[in-house]
Design a protein around this ligand. Structure first.
Ligand code: NOJ
Length: 450
């Protein structure tokens, strides 16, 4: 397995300016949950509660990136990956979410940034990847309108501390997922439920996205500013008008609700009537303060969803038909493997006026790995990535806007409510010893990028 030739793809086909990278998130890799003054996040608390995470897993140590960052940065370099996306842990910078600042937290991220630059790797910072300081949750978290101010103060500190060396910034990661799973369904931290929590969180997170972006623009004139959205290709289960309408509502919820206000289009209340309840939380100038002229939009696409109408599901009147029920090939997350979804979402988001640049800031797959004689075989992941790259090439050939691709993710890590069983890494981690082994997919990616 020294030379990996499983495809004719090469990065040159995508053009010289195409951005290649790998994405991670603080809570999923760092560990060191209370080291050097870090405060608890909502995920530290959620994972300590019984029955929330598969097999009772938690992320107190995770991949120990906090201590082994130099080794992992060396591995990024070995894989020829030029851009590294990581997130800042807010409670490491501000243990209670508001000042005082924990200087050890600032020093830690300075070490990461300096080590990346020394290795010739460009740092890409995500400011919020779901680990809200727990003390802020005690005050209502994202359901409290004050969250916009808390977040703004935190962003100020980050840009002042790191903006001299970091030019690529993403404000908030997948707002639709963390508000939906964390504030409506209660299956992610902080475990809140209900439409009121969800809608309040939605509005405040969207205001915070625009507010955070403005702070970066003011403080770092040459910054390259984006924010990331999850997106999914949606299809109706049948051509009946009921299913078509249901699919439209799900599409609105999953793909449109967060980006349209950012693009200055307001919330898509016409196509998803429950969003009219948001009006109770929208005040004064809010509608003007929801938008920002981003330099790029990060799209994160893994699969498609097939939707049927259902009177049983409140607010949305629709149900997703799982990959298992449809009897199609799926990953360890239960997500259908359907590469054309990536092409379809590129087409969809290209149709918006006002998106200047699209970067695929996450794509990848959880599959089991086969370990043999010290090597890790994961041919399904290799094919998954190759097949999705083919879809990007197809989109590019048709003249669609797509400027980069970041694999999710560098090493196997803590996959939220799934714990450690869902392995997404290009690099295998033995969580007993923290030993890293580059997988077949990682070796292929390395060759591809050579
Ligand atoms: C989206 C999230 O941003 C990331 O944290 C997660 O691990 C991957 N997708 C896979 O589920």
């Amino acid at each position: 397995m020294n030379k990996v030739e499983t495809s004719f793809l090469h990065k040159n086909q995508f053009g010289d300016d195409f951005l290649w990278g790998v994405s991670t998130a603080a809570f999923q890799i760092e560990g060191a949950h209370d080291t050097d003054g870090k405060g608890p996040s909502i995920w530290d608390v959620f994972t300590s509660q019984k029955g929330k995470i598969k097999n009772g897993h938690h992320a107190s140590t995770a991949c120990d990136f906090y201590n082994s960052y130099q080794n992992d940065i060396d591995l990024i370099r070995e894989l020829n990956i030029p851009n590294f996306r990581f997130s800042i842990s807010w409670p490491r910078i501000m243990p209670t979410g508001v000042p005082p600042i924990n200087q050890a937290g600032i020093a830690y991220y300075n070490k990461i940034i300096d080590a990346l630059l020394l290795a010739g790797i460009e740092p890409w910072i995500t400011l919020y990847h779901w680990d809200l300081p727990h003390d802020l949750e005690l005050k209502g978290g994202w359901t409290n309108r004050e969250s916009v101010n808390w977040f703004s103060a935190y962003v100020e500190i980050c840009v002042q501390s790191f903006g001299d060396r970091v030019k690529n910034w993403m404000v908030i990661n997948e707002p639709s997922v963390f508000t939906g799973a964390g504030y409506f369904l209660g299956i992610h931290a902080p475990g809140k439920k209900g439409i009121t929590n969800y809608l309040k969180a939605m509005h405040h997170v969207t205001l915070a996205t625009a507010a955070g972006a403005k702070i970066i623009r003011n403080r770092i004139p040459d910054a390259h500013i984006g924010t990331t959205f999850s997106c999914t290709h949606i299809e109706p289960a049948t051509q009946s008008s009921k299913d078509i309408e249901a699919a439209k509502r799900v599409d609105t919820l999953l793909n449109r609700t967060f980006i349209e206000p950012i693009l200055g289009m307001g919330y898509p209340q016409g196509d998803l009537p429950v969003l009219k309840k948001l009006n109770a939380y929208i005040i004064e100038d809010d509608l003007n303060n929801l938008s920002f002229d981003f330099d790029f939009i990060g799209l994160q696409c893994y699969t498609r969803e097939v939707v049927k109408s259902s009177l049983l599901i409140p607010y949305i009147g629709a149900e997703l038909i799982s990959a298992e029920k449809r009897n199609v090939i799926s990953t360890d997350m239960g997500w259908e493997v359907y590469p054309p979804a990536l092409y379809e979402v590129l087409k969809k988001f290209n149709a918006y006026n006002g998106i200047k640049k699209i970067i695929i800031t996450e794509n990848g797959a959880a599959f089991p790995d086969t370990l043999k004689n010290g090597k890790v075989y994961d041919i399904k992941r290799t094919h998954y990535i190759q097949d999705h790259l083919e879809q990007i090439l197809k989109a590019k050939k048709e003249g669609l806007n797509v400027d980069g691709y970041f694999v999710w993710t560098l090493t196997d890590n803590f996959e939220w409510a799934e714990g450690y069983n869902a392995r997404f890494g290009l690099i295998h981690v033995d969580f007993d010893t923290q030993q890293r082994t580059i997988k077949h997919s990682g070796l292929w990616f390395k060759d591809f990028l050579s």
